[in-house]
Design a protein around this ligand. Structure first.
Ligand SMILES: [Zn+2]
Length: 216
């Protein structure tokens, strides 16, 4: 069954949350879209103890279709993103140190570096604060993510999306690396920002950046 490989891919990345330092302990979660809902990490299980049958298959309302456990308590914003963004096939959420530190300032990451465009715009936005697992948080994330593929979540963490699990996870690492560089830059006296006109040019270039394989 194709979903067994996807379940294993989810576990591999969840374990990498811990080993890469992206998200400590049981924090963070990730999901992959299915025709009738999505596969998502369960709540309360250490990532290194997960087996494929533990990954929860639930519908858009969080009802469990298969899986031994209940889904991550943060399933509502995964469902909201899949509802709002038909091009998104995977969602990765972490409490990574630098992105989370910046998210606690409740401000976007500005255009301090051209790679900010990797998330689709001239900033990486920050979703307004709401209680974890709440419908308000889902709305705030969908709003902040509009036109983007990643955002910070105020006083919480970050979320990245993609057309595949690999693209969403690569973007998660990229955003955390950018957040780290921005923090260091602030400590060095603060960056000079790239202006909006130049960022527009860069965002356009990013629309074809890394796409050459699709044409071959
Ligand atoms: Zn979280």
């Amino acid at each position: 069954m194709g979903s067994q490989k996807t379940r294993q891919d989810i576990i591999t990345i969840a374990c990498d949350f811990n080993t890469s330092g992206l998200s400590a302990g049981k924090s963070g979660n990730l999901s992959v879209r299915r025709e009738d809902g999505f596969l998502i990490t369960p709540t309360g299980i250490s990532y290194d103890q997960l087996i494929p049958d533990n990954i929860v298959h639930c519908d858009q309302n969080g009802r469990v279709i298969s899986g031994d456990f209940i889904p991550s308590s943060e399933w509502p914003f995964h469902a909201a993103i899949y509802e709002a963004r038909e091009e998104v096939n995977a969602v990765v959420h972490v409490h990574s140190p630098y992105a989370t530190a910046l998210a606690c300032t409740r401000k976007p990451i500005p255009a301090f570096h051209y790679m900010i465009a990797v998330a689709g715009g001239n900033t990486i936005p920050c979703a307004d604060y709401a209680t974890f697992g709440s419908s308000d948080l889902s709305k705030n994330i969908v709003t902040a993510l509009a036109g983007h593929t990643a955002c910070l979540m105020a006083n919480h963490g970050m979320v990245a999306v993609g057309d595949s699990l690999v693209s969403a996870y690569n973007l998660t690492h990229e955003v955390e690396a950018l957040a780290k560089r921005y923090c260091i830059s602030l400590q060095c006296g603060g960056p000079v920002f790239i202006d909006d006109i130049e960022m527009e040019t860069i965002v356009e270039k990013f629309k074809i950046y890394g796409k050459q394989n699709k044409d071959n």
